[in-house]
Design a protein around this ligand. Structure first.
Ligand code: GTP
Ligand code: MG
Length: 368
């Protein structure tokens, strides 16, 4: 969450982690409803001045995919049905999901028979086309966040620990780069530490944070946040919520209430309801996405922790199953480690500099 290379940040982190250990009734829980940081004139963020690069964030997923493809073909003399079956198993093992993998393979086989493809590079190029088509859903093509109203509310939801609050901090940074004014709403009233965590992001970004004491009604916090943003003509409210298990009905019900309250303030609000999912948990993200979508009606997804996992293939399953836009990718713990999602860039990065594949292709072509 914080930059551990810098000593002030490090001490803040130590302070914060000791803070997290406190029990929920401790003295820090009494955070009164207030504007915590209001100095929007003095930017504390000097560096970095741009968002991080996708290449390092996708390294593990890319290595697994390319190594797998090269392994499939390194022993083969031709692209036969056995090779394709191995490719299929590899995609499933890379978290593409069974149904999505089968769809990819069916389409791939059709293409291969049509063009009589017997060349590994051509196979990779066809695979890239299929993967691009999966990500380029109609929704994805128009994946502009709805921020036309002032204020526009972006509600962030998800299960525990997936990176919601960190993503809010990163989003604040992202929007500040676009000269938008931001307000953070501490809708996670479940843990005292959650409010503090958001306050720290607010301080780092010099943006106001609206919070109430621990245990208060989350919908009430968001109500106040909306009214405050409207009074101050703030562009975007980034609303945090408590992590909740997607199969706990009462917790999921609370989200409906939040939505209803915001909806009463402005029928367009919440303008976005974004589910944050941790790419590292692979297939479970699909179950979470289905459940949250059924309960509250999601408008988009953010996939975090891609930097730490080789399971990034799940993005294809998510796109195909959910047909929702993927707005951003989380690729690290720093404020700049958030990447607006772009299909072409994602696919190019995934296959870029594919020396592993190229070597296998060379081997393969020499053998055949
Ligand atoms: N490597 C990596 N770590 C991340 C990323 N996003 C968040 N994290 C880390 O994940 C951990 C949990 O992040 P939080 O933002 O507190 O998650 P949360 O969903 O708000 O958690 P709860 O409020 O407890 O439900 C922190 O240590 C973050 O630094 C990411 O993209 N990459
Ligand atoms: Mg949180």
């Amino acid at each position: 969450m914080f930059n551990s290379n810098k000593s002030p940040e490090k001490s803040k982190k130590n302070w914060l982690s000791s803070f997290f250990k406190k029990d929920k009734n401790d003295e820090y829980s009494l955070v009164q409803q207030q504007d915590i940081t209001v100095n929007t004139e003095k930017p504390i963020i000097k560096k970095p001045t741009q968002l991080s690069n996708l290449v390092s964030g996708l390294k593990k997923t890319k290595t697994r995919l390319l190594e797998g493809i090269s392994l499939v073909f390194s022993e083969k003399k031709q692209i036969d049905s056995e090779a394709l079956e191995e490719l299929e198993s590899h995609l499933i093992a890379s978290d593409f999901g069974v149904a999505t993998t089968q769809n990819i393979m069916n389409r791939l086989k059709k293409q291969l028979s049509r063009h009589a493809v017997n060349d590994m590079e051509m196979l990779i190029s066809e695979l890239k086309k299929e993967l691009t088509a999966i990500l380029n859903t109609d929704n994805q093509k128009t994946n502009q966040l709805n921020t036309t109203d002032t204020p526009s509310v972006i509600l962030i939801v998800g299960v525990n620990g997936v990176g919601k609050t960190t993503t809010i901090g990163k989003l604040a940074y992202y929007f500040k780069l676009q000269k938008k004014s931001i307000l953070l709403a501490a809708g996670d009233t479940f843990r005292a530490a959650a409010v503090e965590q958001l306050k720290i992001w607010g301080e780092r970004m010099s943006v106001p944070v609206i919070a109430q004491q621990q245990g208060s009604d989350s919908a009430a916090v968001l109500y106040d946040a909306y009214e405050s943003a409207r009074a101050k003509k703030i562009d975007i409210v980034l609303a945090d919520t408590a992590g909740r298990l997607h199969n706990k009905d009462n917790l999921m019900h609370e989200l409906k209430k939040i939505k209803k309250v915001l909806n009463r303030l402005n029928p367009n609000s919440p303008h976005e309801i974004i589910l944050v999912v941790d790419a590292g948990i692979g297939q479970n993200t699909i179950r979470q996405a289905i459940s949250f979508h059924e309960t509250i009606g999601l408008t988009g997804l953010i996939l975090t922790k891609l930097d730490g996992t080789a399971k990034g293939g799940v993005i294809f399953d998510l796109a195909e199953t959910m047909q929702l836009p993927i707005y951003f990718l989380g690729i690290g713990e720093q404020i700049s480690d958030l990447k607006p999602f772009n299909t072409e860039e994602f696919i190019d990065t995934l296959f870029e500099d594919s020396t592993l594949c190229s070597n296998a292709a060379l081997d393969f072509n020499q053998k055949s």
